[in-house]
Every structure is written in structure tokens, then in C-alpha cells.
Design a protein around this ligand. Structure first.
Ligand code: ATP
Ligand code: MG
Length: 453
């Protein structure tokens, strides 16, 4: 009852404009201009000199207030994309659904976004378009800073910092939410998720990355609205998957995605396998996320091809098993059919650009080749451009409980060995074992053992 009353009087329920900001001076919020990217400050100063207003906003401000290191810096301004572009030689307008300007300084890109307004303020379909479910198909209606604050996603992402005065402008109680470590959707959460279902993924991503809880009304609609994700373009979802999995918090992100019913919207085949409740399969996926987080902590390269190879491994194995056992298909045919089926299903949800699709398939194909080491094969495999990823994948399978007869250890030692030692290792696989291996080889031509065995 109390909750319902509170909801009725929730000041963030339907805000299309937020009139009076709290203005917090530097002495209170503690941010210093020197903490921001000098290039972002340059962009702001140039916009301000040209008579526009401009602020730092979003993750850059949020992460610095939390004592973290921002990944990038976003600028918000009342200059239109064209006006911004005219000010900076090193800039270009990008996006159609949501037009912004990228200002490039060497490897750093400063994203400059024009203040947006809610769509009731414009009717021109060139700038504003909405689908039947309320999704924003085009979001290029410009407004002022108040309307801009109202259209941002979470209150902690809507804090505006003016480097020329040091003031922080807070229209949405963002600073309070930052202190109580919660994610509060601005406005009516359900309507905001319908406008852009990706906001559900963002809720999970920030919750995992920052260790913030979702407020009750921000969390409540997610499970219900998760199917709306199917309206989002597969290309955009691919980008979101990368952000989710490569943020260094893939393990907790994965858990939250599943809790909120969002994982199935991104990887339906994988979720279907996990639903069967087999602990080993869950362990495999978790281990893939743990390894990804570890690599990111160690500043090692993480490739989307590996993440996709891991996530789709479960449905791939299930499909191969079914084709071989139920449909009596030959193993080679089953592998081909299963790959095609699993990839086609995945492409209906998220894109997989070719530059990742091909290496993903190579990682899979190498799982069948890694046990075959006799003669020159081991030496050739070592030269394969995808060997390292395939070897890591093999270790992942073993780490999550698959028994592969010490194959991972063999390959670890083979890589560390001198040329003579390598020859000896291959020799040792030699004749007596060769016979045993022959029969094993026959079983190796079976589908790679499922992660659950
Ligand atoms: P990070 O860059 O660390 O991932 P961020 O909050 O800066 O986090 P961006 O994607 O860079 O995220 O977006 C910048 C800002 O733009 C956000 O902080 C938010 O205010 C706003 N924003 C981004 N995406 C959306 C969205 N889908 N709906 C509403 N506002 C958004
Ligand atoms: Mg950002």
C-alpha cells in the first residue's frame, strides 16, 4: 500500500522537462577540470566561445564522481550536429536513428550530442519516428538542457559538468542516487524501456559494472518487457553484447542477464540449453565469462569470436548430438548442419560480423583437430593463426569439467618445449599408442564431446 502511494507521488514518474536543477559547486562535488580529458575540455571551450552551451555528461562525469577511470567522455550541447561539425575540422556526423558528432583527436574520439527533447515537441517524421510498440525509430528532435536531462536513461547518467565554472547541474537527483548506489530510470521506466529496449541491457550493464542495485520501479518491468528486445536491430544488439561481455564484469553481467530474462533474448539457443538445468553447461558459460574478465584484468586481448564460440558451443553440441543420435546423420554432415542451424538462429537475434564469424568457426573446427597430433600434425596446428584461441578454448572445456585425457596439458607442454622435446613428444604418441589412438581417433571423429560429459 505504502509502495503504491509512493509510486503515485514518485516525482520521476512522467517528466518531460525538469525545470529547476540543483547547482552543486566544485567545493561540494569535488570534481576537478584536470581530471577530464583535455580534448573534451577543448571541445567544450570552443563550443562555448562560439556562443553555444556545452557540458560534460554521462559516464565520464559519473565514473569520476565514483573515483573510477572513465572509458570515454561525452559532451552535450545546444549546437546542432551541423553547427558542431562546422566548428571542428576533425569531426564527422554519424548515426541516423540518433545523430551525433564524433570529434577525433588521434585515437581519442569525443562524442558530441545535441540536447534532445521528447517527441511530443516535434511531428516531423524526418526527425522523430516511433514504432507501434513505442520504440523510437528516429530520435533527432532537439531541445534544451532540461528536456535533454529528461530523455537520458538513468539519473546518475544525467549529471552535467561545466568546466568553465566547475558547477555540476543535477536535474534528476542523480547525485543522491549516486551516493545511495542505485540505478533509477528517469521518467516512467516502462515507457522508457518501450522507447528503447536496449535501456534494459544498459540497466544490467551498469548494475554489474558499478555494483549498483536497480530501484524497485526500474527493475520491475524488465522481465515482462524482455521480449521487446526482438525489435532492436541485430547490429545494435551485437554492439551491446560486446559492451556487456567486455566490460570486465562479464560474470556478474551474465548472472543478471539471466535473472532478468534478457540472456534468452540475446542467445536463445544457449538459454534453452541452460534451462535444462545441467550444472556442467552452466559452469562452461560461467567459466567463459570468468576467463574473459581475467583476461581484461590482465590487459590481454579478448576477441568477440571467442565469446561467441563459447556461448554458441552449447547449442552446437546439442544440435550435433541430436542429428547423430536421433537423425542418424554422419558426424561430418551433423557438424555442418548443426553449425548452419545454430548460426542462422543466432543471426536472427544478434549480428555476427564476418570478421568474427570466420574465426569462431575455426575455433570450433580446431577442437576436432587438436587431438590429432601424430606425424607433422601438431607442428602444423601450432602454426595455425587460430591455434592460440583454439587452445584457450580447449582449456576452457577442461576447466569446466570436460575430460579430454590431458590434452590441454599436452598442448601446454608442447608449446613450452624445445624443438627436440617437441619431436620426442610426438614420438611418444608413437606406435603402441597409435593403435589405441586409432580406435580413439574413430571416436574422435564423433562430435567433440559435449561440455556436459
Ligand atoms: P560508458 O561509456 O561507460 O559505457 P555511458 O553512460 O557514458 O557509459 P554512453 O553509451 O557513452 O554510456 O552514453 C552516454 C550518455 O548518453 C549516457 O550516460 C546517457 O546519459 C545517455 N544515453 C546513452 N544511451 C542511452 C539510451 N539508450 N537512452 C537514454 N540515454 C542514453
Ligand atoms: Mg560514455
Amino acid at each position: 500500500m505504502l509502495n503504491r502511494l509512493l509510486k503515485l507521488f514518485n516525482p520521476t514518474k512522467t517528466l518531460s522537462k525538469m525545470p529547476t536543477p540543483k547547482i552543486i559547486p566544485a567545493s561540494e562535488h569535488g570534481l576537478r577540470r584536470s581530471q577530464f580529458s583535455p580534448n573534451a575540455i577543448k571541445v567544450i571551450e570552443k563550443l562555448q566561445e562560439a556562443g553555444f552551451s556545452a557540458f560534460l555528461v554521462g559516464g565520464g562525469v559519473r565514473d569520476l564522481l565514483l573515483g573510477g577511470q572513465p572509458k570515454d567522455f561525452d559532451v552535450a550541447t545546444n549546437a546542432t550536429p551541423e553547427e558542431t561539425k562546422n566548428l571542428f575540422r576533425n569531426s564527422m556526423i554519424i548515426g541516423r536513428r540518433f545523430r551525433i558528432v564524433h570529434v577525433r583527436f588521434g585515437r581519442e574520439i569525443i562524442e558530441v550530442t545535441t540536447f534532445r527533447a521528447h517527441h511530443d515537441q516535434s511531428l516531423d517524421p524526418k526527425d522523430a519516428a516511433q514504432s507501434q510498440t513505442g520504440m523510437l525509430l528516429r530520435d533527432n528532435v532537439y531541445g534544451d538542457i532540461e528536456s535533454d536531462a529528461a530523455r537520458r536513461d538513468f539519473s546518475i547518467n544525467a549529471l552535467y559538468y561545466d568546466p568553465s565554472t566547475g558547477n555540476l547541474f543535477d536535474y534528476t537527483n542523480g547525485l543522491k542516487d549516486l551516493k545511495r548506489r542505485v540505478l533509477q530510470m528517469i521518467g516512467d521506466p516502462e515507457a522508457r524501456y518501450k522507447e528503447d529496449p536496449v535501456r534494459m541491457l544498459r540497466a544490467v550493464r551498469f548494475s554489474a559494472k558499478l555494483g549498483f542495485a536497480l530501484t524497485e520501479n526500474t527493475a520491475e518491468p524488465i522481465k515482462r518487457l524482455a521480449p521487446l528486445m526482438s525489435h532492436v536491430s541485430s547490429a545494435r544488439l551485437f554492439e551491446e553484447v560486446l559492451k556487456l561481455m567486455m566490460s570486465g564484469s562479464a560474470t556478474s553481467t551474465l548472472q543478471l542477464l539471466r535473472e532478468y530474462g534478457l540472456f534468452g533474448a540475446l542467445f536463445p539457443g544457449t538459454e534453452q540449453c541452460l534451462q535444462l538445468g545441467d550444472e556442467k553447461q552452466l559452469q562452461f558459460i560461467n567459466q567463459a565469462a570468468l576467463n574473459t574478465d581475467k583476461r581484461i584484468r590482465q590487459n590481454k586481448k579478448v576477441t568477440p569470436a571467442f565469446i561467441y564460440a563459447a556461448f554458441l558451443w552449447l547449442p552446437l553440441q546439442a544440435a550435433i548430438r541430436k542429428l547423430v543420435h536421433d537423425d542418424k546423420m554422419s558426424v561430418a554432415d551433423a557438424v555442418r548442419h548443426a553449425e548452419h542451424g545454430v548460426i542462422s538462429q543466432q543471426l536472427t537475434c544478434t549480428a555476427i560480423p564476418k570478421r568474427f564469424l570466420i574465426p569462431m568457426r575455426e575455433i570450433w573446427a580446431l577442437q576436432l583437430r587438436l587431438p590429432r597430433r601424430e606425424g607433422r600434425k601438431a607442428f602444423l596446428l601450432l602454426e595455425h593463426p587460430r591455434f592460440r584461441a583454439a587452445y584457450d578454448f580447449l582449456l576452457l572445456r577442461e576447466q569446466s569439467g570436460e575430460h579430454l585425457d590431458g590434452l590441454g596439458l599436452w598442448w601446454t607442454q608442447f608449446q613450452d618445449a624445445s624443438e627436440e622435446q617437441r619431436e620426442a613428444m610426438v614420438q611418444q604418441l608413437g606406435k603402441p599408442q597409435q593403435r589405441r589412438r586409432k580406435s580413439r581417433r574413430r571416436s574422435n571423429s564423433n562430435p567433440p564431446p559435449p561440455a556436459s560429459t
